[in-house]
Design a protein. Structure first.
Length: 374
């Protein structure tokens, strides 16, 4: 296995054994959002795949974008241990965690989007090298249990999407060791305001911005996407008065409900909030995306693996069910036999990218980069 894959193997191994929500799925979870009390909601049926009525533009650099149908659902595994064995045997291809900037992309790395409490918060912005624009904006939010992680891990997405005519950023934010909730939520909102305020500078469409996050980043994407009308979460970062609303949310295996029993016992949730469940149950509810989700919130695309030992898939099932009840457009891609951080695996990532391209075409009205066949 290549040297870079040794690092990816370590990342996946840590993710599979470092339990954000220790134990199995909660025995008791609230059914009536956002009350946080009652019987568990019935598991949601996977949402239908988005219709491909109009052919998608062909890829400049990503053949997945040119596919008329999604890549086949990759065969899953019986356990996380089987996944690790497949990686170790070289039977499961992993992605390069630090890909080079490809042809057709201009990257502006280390742009400061906010300075707060002496901390400079930065993002890397990948832009189409050609094209008239304005380009729909994407902001990727890394995971790491709110306590760790680096924005560079999502270059494996931003470069692909910049090739396809998107302004794709990956951001850093204050981790829980530095600042407790709601600091990270406020930072993501600040990044959205920055992108919208600087749209003319970077040829970005300020009316079409999406948030994409994995694990803790998925939680933050939902929190920001579903709290456009909550002034408390705007914080004191830059560009006050500019809207932090977004037009679409993509959640990779992120927690929807921090009042669930396993979240109540989680050291990572406690570290993120700065309080235990016994000390402040209301804070756990306040930090739960389910508490804010209501009609009119952005369309949401969900990816989750059925053998996720970090964030149980039940969290996404309940999210999809609630989105359906509210009539919010939703696509829920359930990956049978796949664990947390599953999109580091090449076949999973390719299927996810295909659905993301179609989802953004439906909800962000992108313009393909110059030279892309129509």
């Amino acid at each position: 296995m290549a040297a870079v894959n040794h690092r990816l193997l370590l990342v996946l191994a840590v993710a599979l054994t470092f339990v954000l929500f220790p134990g199995c799925a909660p025995k008791e979870t609230p059914s009536a959002e956002p009350s946080g009390a009652g019987e568990p909601a019935a598991p949601a049926e996977p949402a239908p795949q988005p219709e491909a009525a109009a052919p998608a533009p062909a890829a400049i650099g990503d053949p997945v974008a040119a596919m008329a149908e999604p890549p086949a659902m990759p065969k899953g595994y019986g356990s996380s241990a089987e996944v690790m064995l497949a990686i170790g045997n070289g039977d499961l291809a992993l992605l390069d965690e630090n890909p080079p900037v490809p042809e057709g992309v201009n990257e502006l790395a280390g742009l400061e989007y906010c300075s707060i409490d002496g901390t400079s918060l930065k993002l890397d912005l990948a832009l189409p090298a050609e094209g008239d624009g304005p380009f729909p904006g994407l902001i990727f939010i890394h995971g790491g249990a709110w306590v760790s992680g680096e924005r560079e891990i999502y270059h494996l997405y931003t470069y692909h999407f910049a090739q396809q005519g998107y302004a794709a950023a990956t951001m850093s934010y204050r981790l829980s060791g530095q600042a407790k909730f709601p600091a990270a939520v406020q930072d993501v909102k600040c990044a959205v305001r920055w992108m919208r305020a600087n749209a003319a500078t970077y040829n970005i469409d300020p009316d079409h911005i999406a948030l994409i996050g994995g694990s803790a980043g998925g939680h933050l994407a939902m929190m920001v996407g579903y709290t456009a009308d909550v002034p408390e979460f705007e914080g004191e970062g830059g560009n006050p008065g500019v809207s932090s609303a977004v037009q679409a949310v993509v959640n990779f295996y992120g927690p929807y409900d921090l009042t669930a029993e396993i979240a109540q016992k989680s050291d990572d949730v406690q570290g993120f909030l700065g309080a235990t469940w016994e000390e402040n149950p209301d804070l756990h509810l306040k930090a739960s995306p389910m508490h804010y989700l209501n009609a009119g919130d952005p369309p949401t695309l969900i990816f989750h693996g059925s053998i996720d030992e970090v964030v149980p898939i039940e969290q996404s099932e309940r999210l999809a069910a609630r989105l359906g009840e509210l009539g919010i457009p939703c696509v829920f891609e359930r990956f049978e036999g796949w664990p947390h951080t599953m999109d580091l695996a090449q076949p999973v990532n390719e299927r996810c990218r295909w659905f993301m391209y179609r989802f953004f075409e439906a909800h962000l009205s992108p313009k393909p980069a110059a030279g892309a066949p129509q």
